[in-house]
Design a protein around this ligand. Sequence first.
Ligand code: NDP
Length: 373
Amino acid sequence: MRRRDLLVAAGVAVPGALAARSLPGAAKVQQPARPARPVAVAMVGLGSYARFVLERTRGLSQIEVAGLVSGNAERVMATASEYGIAADAVYGYDDFDRLAENDRIDAVHICLPVGLHAQFAERALKAGKHVLCEKPLADSSEAARRLAQLAAERGLVLMPAYRAWFSGHVQEIRRRIAEATHGALVAIDAHKGFRMKLPAGNWRFDPALAGGGCLYDIGIYSVQLCRWIGGGMPQRVSAVMAHDASQPWPEAIEDHVAFTFEFANGAIATGSASWRHRLQNRLQVATRDAWLCLDPATPAIGERLTIGLEQPDRIEELLLPVRDQLPRMYQHFADCVAGRAAPELSAEDAIDDLRVMEAIYESARQRRSVSVV
Ligand code: NDP
């Protein structure tokens, strides 16, 4: 079998190949008729990331933020007035379910603590709204699977808000690996870390609200990159984790993790995430004839791709057009809601990420490698 066939067989294909996979037994998604107006989204939770997103999505043609959900009355009214959002499209968490009565809102973007994702995604789907949900989709693969089933039954879009997927550089690396441009894939190396400075009491240190520690918070980016490039689900996972007792978070919240994945196609991935110190936000992919380095790898904007070629021996910097991932992600979500496109990222991809992260925890607990598939 040619290398390209091997990669396609392993699920590493052209961009979009992960799209539109249906869950076993799930009802066929009936996309609603295309709205004549932009898709209207309610932002759920007005924390730091939601405010960053609000700013980045101003003025998009196919989507508008037309509703807000928050527990902070003062902040939500100030935000509504700043973004021209009608007062009757402002909700609290208690009256969230009244979204069902608002035909102007098509969808929600959930920007809440991880432990609340599943609860509010479920309520939104039951209110008849499409869901774009921050990473990870839920605090367990089981909870994410229930959401996927509900979305399928209701014929609604449930998409993980994986902005890094919309990086032109990430897609370029995927394309070159799928086409074996530089020979067979050998190894992937992905790291992300920073010194955690949030104060004690933040939800990221509460296991019930966070679901996990640095792995769920930032390790998920490296897990995704390894899976997107390496061939879908790894066969085996091994990992070690650490906890710094001098920090204000409990022992259940890991602050450093290192992992390896073994893929069926022979590729090996290594990755890490840390709240202890600044690792480079970096991806390096090794093939038979080249290395491809994305550094920084997963900023919202500003990735940089260099390629080291063996023959002739030189280093190239690939100057792709600068793309802002968030508008692209939103436009794609709008296309899916409007029935113009099938989701490139399905809920099943988010479930698989959670299964891999659960395997990482399991391996670290058992101090041995574990099987995923
Ligand atoms: P913040 O703590 O800044 O914001 C979370 C918001 O959730 C709060 O401001 C609050 O909004 C609301 N909330 C509701 N209930 C609670 C509760 N019990 N405890 C704390 N907050 C609560 O977090 P972030 O904005 O950094 O993260 C939010 C989500 O975005 C997470 O899922 C995270 O993983 C994701 N994220 C994604 C990034 C990306 O690049 N894709 C980057 C950073 C975060 P209010 O006061 O309005 O009720």
